[in-house]
Design a protein around this ligand. Structure first.
Ligand code: SAM
Length: 232
């Protein structure tokens, strides 16, 4: 059954207007019809069943019927990541969403090649991954900032595990939340990045093993290890 994220409040008997993109997806891509069942979530009210009540070109509404699942708390795990090439950043956002990350913090590092990030595009990818992976929330996507600015705003009680290759650091294992993981860019962290990280008391350098992983692989492995303790 199709599962969609909506912004509106979900309640018994509510009527919800789909976005234009959702209407197009339902009608033109998925060939849905009025009366077909649908599952809806909004990150606050749990997951609901409903039906397509109206479907014309560019317009659809949903009739909300019954709650399937109550809202539950997400893992309190954040991912700070150096912005990568476009396709790799897309992949990283998709996988981090599937792996239950609550907040995504893109950063510019000394060796980041990209000049800007398209947050609307990344948010659309996160929404699609949340719909597909049966999450009840969509991760909070923060605006891209310089690494040192993001570190300055980091809550000091939240451990930030920084993945460092060739650093003889402790292997990363399951860890208590709240926590965060930082993954560097394709070329690794530069001296100025290391200087900024060394000044933060909440930083814990960690290894992901003896092989040098691509940044996106490192993110997936690191998040899986951090989630393992919670069975998530
Ligand atoms: N260009 C760097 C080099 O050859 O030394 C490798 C950078 S790696 C492709 C990208 C990021 O993935 C690193 O900044 C780090 O955060 C993470 N990473 C990759 N392999 C790792 C490992 N074995 N342990 C910890 N972090 C790793």
């Amino acid at each position: 059954m199709i599962r969609l994220y909506v912004e509106a409040e979900l309640a018994d008997g509510a009527s919800i207007q789909a976005s234009e993109a959702q209407a197009h997806y339902l009608g033109a891509v998925m060939r849905q019809a009025i009366g077909n069942p649908i599952r809806l979530f909004n990150g606050r009210d749990g997951e609901w069943t409903g039906r397509i009540a109206e479907l014309t070109r560019g317009k659809a509404t949903f009739a909300v019927e019954a709650r399937l699942r109550p809202q539950s708390a997400d893992a309190d795990l954040w991912l700070m990541f150096a912005i990568l090439k476009r396709d790799t950043t897309d992949l990283l956002v998709q996988k981090a969403t599937e792996l239950g990350v609550a907040s995504l913090l893109p950063v510019f590092t000394e060796r980041t090649n990209a000049g800007r990030v398209n947050l609307d595009r990344l948010r659309a990818i996160a929404i699609e991954a949340a719909e597909q992976s049966e999450r009840l929330t969509v991760p909070d996507l923060r605006p891209a900032r310089q690494l040192h600015h993001s570190l300055a705003g980091w809550p000091p009680e939240r451990t930030l595990f920084v993945a460092l290759e060739r650093a003889n650091a402790q292997p990363l294992g399951p860890a208590a939340h709240p926590a965060g993981l930082l993954i560097g860019p394709e070329g690794g962290f530069g001296p100025r990045d290391h200087g900024a990280l060394d000044r933060c008391r909440f930083v814990r350098p960690v290894s992901l093993g003896p092989r040098i992983l691509r940044a996106e692989t490192a993110a997936i492995v690191g998040l899986a290890l951090l989630q393992a303790a919670r069975g998530e």
